[in-house]
Design a protein around this ligand. Structure first.
Ligand SMILES: Cc1ncc(COP(=O)(O)O)c(C=O)c1O
Length: 451
């Protein structure tokens, strides 16, 4: 007899991932039937016409087919050729061979230099693990931390569903802490304490707190004081911190800047808080989601625990090598004076400039619609507006109706979590600028008629 659902564990059946849920399935169906769909459901820049950076793809092409360096080296800038050669030498066997479990040491050294340069702190290549996107790193950390069904992980509400889904899959408990919508989605010590106390009284052993900065889906950017407050909270409670920093390059609002958890940890001399920090090639301005490159860095993790992390990584042998090369370019882009710098900087600035413009256009446009309220998109790639709905309607129904009426595919707020009694949806800011204007116009027409 073929297998059935009854053969599967409840944790698999209970795992939910709204970003690719039924609304997206319906969008694909409508698209096959000839309807034009604007996919605003997922932060996948190259699916929305963003072009890859030339330099990254040149190096990738050269490393994938090294003969190009003999036959066509004149076509490529000298620094792209030099980087491809350095990667091939550093990895020893090129893109087609497994690397060591943590990833190619040459790339990990470049990641350590990047962190040291970004934050003015020391970084150790042996504390860096290259991963297939940040997702795999987050899953590794959660796998490590969740030992029993009573183990809890604090996650923001709203949150990116990688966290809720993985905690469910690994049979731990989600411990929700609410982000304050009225206060630009910032988080407060009181909200952390309330969430922690609630978990303790429910018999949960809280093991870690996850923080997404800049925020998905909220678009908010934490300041240094907020980061320090979270670290102090973690120290007092004796819990680890998972800092998801994949949107560190995506900060748009004047006066805001990204501050890493690693930097504040070191500047405050906190030797007793265990930290995992995640970064990715998928976001920022590279938008190389398909290459699945990323890394995580650990701090204040004892050597025997680190050895267990390495063991977990080695179960899947290593992360993919093209992703490792993309990660190298993420952390070691062309520098001023190098042949590719001018083009690289031009492409980077054009992408970040367009994202900044779209962030403002979308939030301003949404706020003009009666019954829609949207905080400024200070960072990341999303807006998460609050919507008022006719009595008895849910945000899932709203998003499905929006899709049917306009072809705009967004994700209901319930997929990320929201304060009971409120309704939201998440849309990316990624469609090309002209299309964002259409999106806002279509939203306004639809929302008016739906109400
Ligand atoms: C907050 C956050 N973390 C992690 C990821 C995973 O990214 P990847 O696995 O492509 O690096 C995403 C993707 O959208 C995200 O929004």
């Amino acid at each position: 007899m073929a297998m059935s659902l009854a053969d599967l564990g409840t944790s698999v059946l209970k795992t939910e991932y709204a970003v690719r849920g039924p609304i997206v399935a319906r969008a694909q169906e409508l698209e096959r039937a000839g309807k034009k769909i604007i996919y605003c459901n997922i932060g996948n820049p190259q699916a929305l016409e963003q072009k890859p950076l030339t330099y990254l793809r040149q190096v990738l092409a050269l490393a994938a087919w090294p003969e190009l360096m003999e036959t066509a080296s004149a076509v490529f800038p000298v620094d792209a050729v030099a980087t491809a050669r350095a990667f091939l030498a550093g990895s020893k066997h090129g893109l087609g061979a497994y690397s060591e479990s943590k990833g190619v040491r040459f790339v990990r050294e470049a990641v350590a230099e990047f962190i040291a340069r970004r934050d003015g702190i020391a970084a150790d290549p042996e504390a860096i693990y290259l991963t297939d996107g940040a997702s795999k790193g987050v899953q590794t950390a959660l796998r490590l931390l969740i030992a029993k069904p009573s183990d809890g992980i604090m996650i923001p509400i709203p949150q990116y569903p990688l966290y809720s889904a993985t905690i469910t899959l690994y049979e731990g408990r989600q411990v929700h802490y609410y982000l304050d919508e009225a206060n630009d989605w910032k988080l407060s010590r009181k909200m952390l304490e309330d969430s922690y106390d609630g978990a303790i009284s429910a018999g949960t052993r809280v093991k870690a707190i996850c923080v997404i900065n800049p925020g998905n889906p909220t678009g908010s950017v934490l300041d240094r004081a907020n980061v320090q407050m979270i670290l102090e909270f973690a120290r007092e409670k004796g819990i680890a911190v998972l800092a998801d920093e994949v949107y560190q390059e995506n900060v748009y609002r004047a006066g805001e800047r990204f501050v890493s958890f690693a930097r504040v940890l070191e500047e405050e001399g906190m030797k007793d808080v265990s930290l995992f920090s995640f970064h990715s090639c998928s976001k920022g301005f590279l938008g190389e989601c398909g290459l699945r490159g990323g890394y995580f860095e650990i701090r204040n993790i004892p050597a025997d625990v680190a050895a267990q992390i390495t063991k977990l990584q080695s179960v899947s042998l290593c992360s993919n090598l093209p992703g490792q090369l993309a990660t190298y370019i993420l952390v070691r882009p062309p520098r001023e004076g190098e042949a590719s710098f001018a083009l690289y900087a031009k492409e980077r600035d054009a992408i970040l400039g367009a994202l900044k413009e779209r962030a403002a256009l979308l939030a301003e446009g949404l706020n003009k619609i009666p019954g829609v309220e949207c905080n400024a998109v200070a960072g990341a790639m999303y807006a998460f507006p609050k919507i008022s709905l006719p009595a008895g309607r849910t945000d899932e129904e709203y998003c499905m109706a929006l899709l049917e009426a306009t072809g705009i595919c967004v994700v209901p707020g319930s997929g990320f979590g929201q304060l009971p009694g409120t309704a939201h949806f998440r849309t990316t800011i990624l469609p090309p600028t002209e299309r964002i204007k259409d999106v806002v116009r279509l939203f306004a027409e639809f929302h008016g008629s739906y109400r």
